[in-house]
Design a protein around this ligand. Structure first.
Ligand SMILES: Cc1cc2nc3c(=O)[nH]c(=O)nc-3n(C[C@H](O)[C@H](O)[C@H](O)COP(=O)(O)O)c2cc1C
Length: 338
């Protein structure tokens, strides 16, 4: 497909409309059977991570398909795994529009979506109806109306509901768009929460006769000691994986571009190095005991290779898809398959 034409058409629309249209088009391409011809089959590049067998290590990051409405279409792009959500226990509308901004000069996006989603029951229905048979992660958040001190209840509820339907489950405590959410990354709060969730996972594994890995997604805006502390708490609580990173609050490099000062999380090219450094410090601290999934500014094949060189076991893409188009997935898989 000529990605330049598709991109220039989509970039004429407001960002959120373009996103919905792209999801719709992917679903249509899948339903009509043309996705196979459009996207082909990527070469095998198998990896075993967290006890799961991935056909390749390139995945879709959370937030692209919050309600799991486009699993089949996205699955046909050649990803080795998809992560849907963030989903919250109850539906919520998120922040007022506009809440998504393109910064084309910087190959970046700022979003303040605020976990807009149709709730966990809706997501589960969609997941149950999928035909995609690849690896599916489900990313959990808390409702905006749930007080921070009760956040663990929302994650626990989400965990219990999605457990039978997921290949892995991500605990997202790093979105900058839900008030105070990132405070859950502080040592005491994190320790308490992970203990509860790990106990629940152990019980659920027995009930469902299936072990579903539990993954923590963290922010890039942490000091080095904070990152080391988080890694140690994850080790103590036997977490199965860490995703590094979510979007950044930093505006370095985009201060003077249009929309550069919008409130929200910045993703794409300005985030690449910052997120890679978090991956590097985490993998040094974890010493292969917990795998790290890299997310943040993967815009090119070279970025993919840098994430693996920094120690990542898997890599996720979001903003790169907006700027490079769907071809980035196949290019990335081909590069790691060599
Ligand atoms: C519009 C948008 C919505 C996002 N929504 C979520 C979300 O719901 N949950 C989540 O964990 N991350 C979310 N993210 C963060 C991405 O999953 C990813 O971690 C981040 O954008 C960095 O990767 P990138 O530079 O490849 O985009 C979102 C990102 C964008 C751009």
């Amino acid at each position: 497909m000529n990605t330049d034409i598709v991109k220039s058409l989509l970039f004429r629309l407001p960002p959120e409309s373009a996103h919905h249209l792209a999801l719709h088009a992917l679903n249509l391409a899948y339903a009509s059977g043309i996705s196979r011809f459009l996207f082909g089959t990527p070469p095998p590049a198998p990896r075993t991570v967290m006890g799961l067998h991935f056909p390749n290590p390139i995945g879709l990051a959370a937030g692209f398909d919050k309600n799991a409405e486009c699993i089949n279409g996205l699955g046909s792009l050649g990803f080795g795994f998809l992560e849907v959500g963030t989903v919250t226990p109850h539906p919520q509308t998120g922040n007022p529009l506009p809440r998504l901004f393109r910064l084309p000069e910087s190959r970046a996006v700022i979003n303040r979506m605020g976990f807009n989603n149709l709730g966990v029951e809706h997501l589960i229905k969609n997941v149950q109806q999928r035909r995609y048979s690849g690896i599916l992660g489900i990313n959990l958040g808390k409702n905006a109306t749930t007080p921070l001190e009760n956040a663990v209840d929302d994650y626990l509820y989400g965990l219990q509901r999605v457990y039978p339907h997921a290949d892995y489950i991500t605990i997202n405590i790093s979105s900058p768009n839900t008030k105070n959410l990132r405070q859950l990354q502080h040592a005491d709060e994190l320790q308490q929460m992970l203990q509860v969730l790990k106990n629940a996972q152990t019980t659920l594994a027995k009930t469902h006769q299936k072990y579903v890995p539990l993954v923590l997604k963290i922010a890039p805006d942490l000091t080095q000691p904070e990152i080391v502390t988080i890694a140690q708490i994850c080790l103590e609580n036997q977490m199965d994986g860490i995703i590094a990173t979510n979007t950044t609050l930093s505006r370095m490099g985009v201060e003077s571009v249009q929309h550069g000062q919008e409130t929200g999380g910045l993703s794409g090219a300005p985030l690449t190095t910052q997120a890679t450094e978090v991956v590097r410090l985490l993998t040094q601290t974890l010493q292969d005991k917990i795998p790290v999934i890299a997310s943040g500014g993967v815009m090119t094949v070279a970025d993919v290779q840098e994430k693996f060189a920094a120690g990542a076991s898997l890599v996720q893409i979001y903003t790169g898809l907006i700027y490079q188009g769907t071809g980035l997935v196949r290019q990335a898989v081909a590069a790691v398959a060599k």
